[in-house]
Design a protein around this ligand. Structure first.
Ligand code: NAP
Length: 298
């Protein structure tokens, strides 16, 4: 492997340390403790793990964690009433409703109901629109993590670079491409209808892969010296580890790509850890902006 590993765990730990320092400062003056409310509906095992990690890391950063666990048969009206009460609660600076919601619930209606100033997931259309405008808002966490890792690999300045974003989902691909434009990259978005996708990828100084297809991006798709940010999290069989064993892989064939790229994120340990760290940072941002305070450097 010739590429440098972009260590998402280490970058996320640094961001969490900055968040903790900012929280210490806010506690000292003006004497506020940012609060993050996390809502979990049902008992999906993966969602329970995510929520437990968010709660633990929120508390480790010195913030207040408010957890609401609701049964799987919670009605739309009950969930909307909880969101309304969290919107009105001055102790709550950020609201995160863990997705996916059970099938009988209307996710869009819930996202629309969250106060955009407390929307630390950055999913509300008002925050999505602010990214389009290049205006101040709450930025979705995984896309923000991708940009921070790309900046890390490129010494902070992405200006003028050719970026290709594979995938155009609302959650990842679209916001990543807008954030990279705001970083002055020249951005191409590729998706399932893109013609000659390999040639498109080979133009990229920064390649962000968010397709959900295990190891789709081969080494031959990578421009020599490129920075590769692999968002994909795919569980695949691992017969070498034993029958019924699995492993996580990204959307990029890591070993091949690492021979060509200059820097690459691993899976796991790349983009994944950045998501919660950016959520914590967004909670501090929301706590400050709601009170008209200057947002501390993080
Ligand atoms: P998604 O909503 O399923 O979107 C996938 C995108 O990839 C779509 O735009 C689709 O194109 C495109 N695509 C699918 N197959 C393709 C192909 N063969 N060639 C080119 N484009 C193709 O997925 P997502 O929510 O964006 O997530 C993507 C991956 O990131 C998943 O593995 C997910 O688990 C992971 N993820 C990780 C984190 C994290 O914290 N690390 C967070 C979120 C997601 P069309 O639009 O044309 O259908």
């Amino acid at each position: 492997m010739s590429a440098t590993l972009i260590d998402g765990k280490a970058r996320a730990a640094r961001l969490r340390a900055s968040v903790a320092q900012a929280v210490t400062g806010l506690k000292a003056a003006p004497g506020i403790v940012p609060g993050l409310a996390v809502v979990l509906v049902g008992d999906d095992p993966a969602s329970r793990v995510y929520v437990a990690n968010k709660v633990r890391q929120t508390e480790e950063c010195g913030m207040r964690s408010i957890e609401h666990r609701l049964p799987a048969d919670t009605s739309q009206d009950e969930l909307m009433a909880l969101v309304a009460s969290l919107n009105a609660d001055p102790q709550v600076d950020g609201i995160l409703v863990q997705m996916p919601l059970p099938a009988h619930l209307d996710t869009d209606q819930v996202v629309l109901a969250i106060d955009p100033e407390k929307d630390v997931d950055g999913l509300h259309p008002q925050n999505a629109g602010r990214i389009v405008l290049g205006a101040e808002g709450l930025v979705p966490c995984t896309p923000q993590g991708c940009v921070l890792l790309a900046r890390e690999a490129r010494g902070g300045d992405l200006s003028g670079l050719d970026a290709v974003v594979l995938g155009r989902s609302i959650l990842v691909g679209k916001p990543v491409s807008l954030l990279l434009q705001n970083e002055n990259c020249t951005v191409t978005m590729a998706h399932s209808r893109t013609r000659d996708i390999e040639a498109v990828c080979r133009r990229a100084d920064i390649l962000v892969a968010a397709v959900g297809r295990p190891e789709m991006v081969r080494g031959s798709w990578i421009k020599p010296g490129a920075t590769v940010i692999d968002v994909g999290i795919n569980r695949v069989p691992a017969p070498d580890k034993g029958p019924d064993k699995t492993r996580l892989v990204g959307d990029v064939a890591f070993a091949e790509a690492a021979e060509v790229a200059s820097a690459i994120t691993p899976v796991p340990g790349g983009v994944g850890p950045m998501t919660i760290a950016c959520l914590l940072a967004n909670t501090v941002v929301a706590a400050c902006r709601r009170r008209g305070l200057t947002v501390p450097e993080m």
